[in-house]
Design a protein around this ligand. Structure first.
Ligand code: NAD
Length: 502
C-alpha cells in the first residue's frame, strides 16, 4: 500500500522521510470507501530534527533580499499552474470533493501565493524624518523565526498556502502539520516549493494527530502557530500555545446564515444557496447551512423553489465532471451528519428532504449523503446551535429584518453571513450592525480575496490577526522601531529626564 511520508530536510526520499514512526493513519478514497494509503505519523524526535534544520536555514533565508524571496514564490506559482490537474485529482481522491472544486481549492491558495510575490512592498516600513532635533524614527517588520501551521482536512491546498505563503515570503521557516485525513497534497506543495528554489529546511511537513499538535505547541523554538479547524480544538490550541509564550491565531468552526429579504431575486438566491449549502458536501467553513427568509410569504416561496432545485442536484464520485458534489470525508463523519439529521427530526424540525440512506450505484461503500432540507428550525434546537458540516440546509423563519439580524449576531459562531436583497439601505444597515466577521451582500460565500484578509468572530476565531493579506504579514512578523540621532557635535541634553520631542 502507498505510504505518505513526512517531508523534512535531510530525510531520505522513499525511506519514511527519515522517520522511525510506528504510528500510522488510514487515508481513504471517500468515493469508494476504500483505504488507498497510509500516512506515517511523525515522532517528537522528527519534530526536533525539523526544528533544528529550520533554525539553521532561517537566518540566511531572512537575510535573502525580499525580491529574491518573492521570485521563489513566483516560480512556485508557475509550478502550481503547471501541476494543477494532477494536484486537483490527488486532492479530490483523498478529500472527496469533485475535481473542479479541488481546482478552486488550489486556485484560492495560489492567489495568496500571488499576494506573497508582492512581499517587498508589504514589508516596507514607516519613516519619520525630523521627529526631534536631528532625530529620525523608522520601523521595520522582521520575521519571527521558526513558525508552524496546523490545518484541517477540508481545504488541503488553500489553507496551508494561506499560511506558508506569507510566512515564508516574510522570511520565516515554516513547519506544516496538515490534516492526517488528506495529507498528500500538502507534501506535494512542499516538494514544489523546493523545486521553485526554496532552500531546504524552510518548508517542512510533519504528519500526525493530537500528539504532534501538542509537540508543536510545546516546542520552545517555535515562535508562532496558526491553526484552522473545529472550535473546541482551536480554543485548546490557542490557550496551550499562548501559555507556551507563542503568538497564536486559531480559526474555528462556523454556522453561516443567509438572510433572504422579501425583495430578493429568489431564482438567483436558490442557485446561490444550493451551491453554498451543498457544494463540497457542505464541508466548508464558509458554507451557508442556514437560510433565514424574512416573512412567511418569502419563506413559502423560497421553500417551493428549493425543493425541485435540490431534487436536481447530482451527487457523484469526485471524478464525475457532472456531479455537483461528492462524498463526505470518511464513514465517521457520514454517521455524524446523519445523526444530526435525526436530532433535527427528534427536536421537531420539519424534514422536507431526507438525504440519509443515499447509495450511489456502483459505489455503495462510498461516503455519500444526499442533500437534506429542514424547515421550521428554531433557535433552541441543538441542530441549529451546532455546526453539522454536511449537505444539510436549515430554514429558520424570521418575521422581520430585526429578528433576521439578531440570529447570526447572537449565534455562538461568527464566521460568515450573507444578505440577499435589492435594497441598498437594508444591506448597508445589515453589514454595519451584524456581529459576524465576513459579510456577503448578494454574495453567498464571502471569502475575501487574497489582498484582503480572512477571519471570523466569536467562536470562529481566537487570537489576533486574520489570515493572509496584510493581516498575514502582520501575524508572521514583529515590528522593530528605531529612533536615531546623528548629532552635529554640539553638547547633548541631560540624559536624566525621559526624552521628549517637545
Ligand atoms: P479538526 O479540528 O478535527 O482538525 C484540525 C487539525 O487539528 C488537524 O490537523 C488535526 O490533526 C488536529 N487535531 C485533531 N484533533 C485534535 C486534538 N484533539 N488536539 C489537537 N489537535 C487536533 O478539524 P477538521 O475536521 O479537519 O476540519 C473541519 C473543521 O474546520 C470545521 O469545524 C470547519 O468549520 C473548520 N474550518 C474552519 C475554517 C476557518 O477559517 N474558520 C476553515 C476551514 C475549516
Amino acid at each position: 500500500m502507498r505510504q505518505i511520508e513526512q517531508f523534512i530536510a535531510g530525510g531520505a526520499a522513499g525511506s519514511a522521510g527519515g522517520s522511525v514512526s510506528e504510528r500510522f493513519g488510514d487515508v481513504f478514497n471517500p468515493s469508494t470507501g476504500q483505504i488507498q494509503a497510509r500516512v506515517g505519523f511523525s515522532t517528537v524526535a522528527d519534530l526536533d530534527r525539523a526544528v533544528t534544520k529550520a533554525q539553521a536555514a532561517q537566518p540566511a533565508w531572512a537575510a535573502t533580499n525580499p525580491q529574491r524571496r518573492a521570485r521563489v514564490m513566483f516560480n512556485f506559482k508557475t509550478l502550481l499552474e503547471a501541476n494543477m490537474q494532477d494536484l486537483a485529482e490527488l486532492l479530490a481522491s483523498e478529500h472527496g470533493k469533485v475535481v473542479a472544486d479541488a481546482k478552486g481549492d488550489i486556485q484560492r491558495g495560489l492567489e495568496v501565493i500571488e499576494f506573497s510575490c508582492g512581499v517587498p512592498h508589504a514589508l516596507k516600513g514607516e519613516y519619520t524624518t525630523g521627529a526631534g532635533p536631528g532625530i529620525d524614527v523608522y520601523s521595520m517588520r522582521q520575521a519571527l523565526g521558526v513558525v508552524a501551521g496546523i490545518t484541517p482536512f477540508n481545504f488541503p491546498a488553500m489553507i496551508p498556502m494561506w499560511m506558508f505563503g506569507p510566512a515564508i515570503a516574510c522570511g520565516n521557516a515554516f513547519i506544516l502539520k496538515p490534516s492526517e485525513r488528506d495529507p498528500s497534497v500538502p507534501v506535494r506543495l512542499a516538494e514544489l516549493m523546493l523545486e521553485a528554489g526554496l532552500p531546504e529546511g524552510i518548508l517542512q511537513v510533519l504528519h500526525g494527530d493530537k500528539e504532534m499538535v501538542d509537540a508543536i505547541l510545546d516546542h520552545p523554538a517555535i515562535a508562532a502557530v496558526s491553526f484552522v479547524g473545529s472550535s473546541d480544538i482551536a480554543h485548546y490550541v490557542y490557550r496551550r500555545g499562548v501559555d507556551a509564550g507563542k503568538r497564536v491565531q486559531a480559526m474555528g468552526g462556523a454556522k453561516n446564515h443567509g438572510i433572504v429579504m422579501p425583495d430578493a431575486d429568489l431564482d438567483q438566491v436558490v442557485d446561490d444557496i444550493c451551491g453554498a449549502a451543498f457544494g463540497s458536501a457542505g464541508e466548508r467553513c464558509m458554507a451557508l447551512p442556514v437560510v433565514v427568509p424574512v416573512g412567511d410569504k418569502t419563506a413559502d416561496a423560497l421553500r417551493e423553489k428549493l425543493i425541485p432545485a435540490i431534487a436536481a442536484l447530482r451527487v457523484g464520485v469526485s471524478t464525475d465532471s457532472d456531479a455537483h458534489y461528492g462524498p463526505v470525508v470518511n464513514a465517521a463523519h457520514k454517521q455524524r451528519v446523519e445523526n444530526w439529521i435525526q436530532t433535527g427530526v427528534d427536536e421537531g424540525a420539519e424534514l422536507v428532504v431526507d438525504g440519509r440512506g443515499f447509495k450511489l450505484q456502483g459505489h455503495e461503500e462510498g461516503f455519500f449523503i444526499g442533500p437534506s432540507l429542514f424547515d421550521r428550525v428554531t433557535t433552541d434546537m441543538e441542530s441549529y446551535k451546532e455546526e453539522i458540516f454536511g449537505p444539510v440546509l436549515q430554514i429558520v423563519r424570521a418575521p422581520d429584518f430585526e429578528t433576521a439580524l439578531r440570529l447570526p449576531s447572537e449565534h455562538q459562531y461568527g464566521n460568515g453571513v450573507a444578505i440577499f436583497t435589492r435594497n441598498g439601505h437594508a444591506a448597508r444597515e445589515f453589514a454595519a450592525r451584524v456581529n459576524v466577521g465576513m459579510v456577503g451582500i448578494n454574495v453567498p460565500i464571502p471569502v475575501p480575496v487574497a489582498y484582503h484578509s480572512f477571519g471570523g468572530w466569536k467562536r470562529s476565531g481566537f487570537g489576533d490577526h486574520n489570515q493572509y493579506g496584510m493581516e498575514g504579514v502582520r501575524f508572521w512578523t514583529k515590528m522593530k522601531t528605531i529612533t536615531q540621532r546623528w548629532p552635529d557635535g554640539g553638547a547633548g541634553d541631560s540624559a536624566f529626564i525621559i526624552p521628549t520631542m517637545g
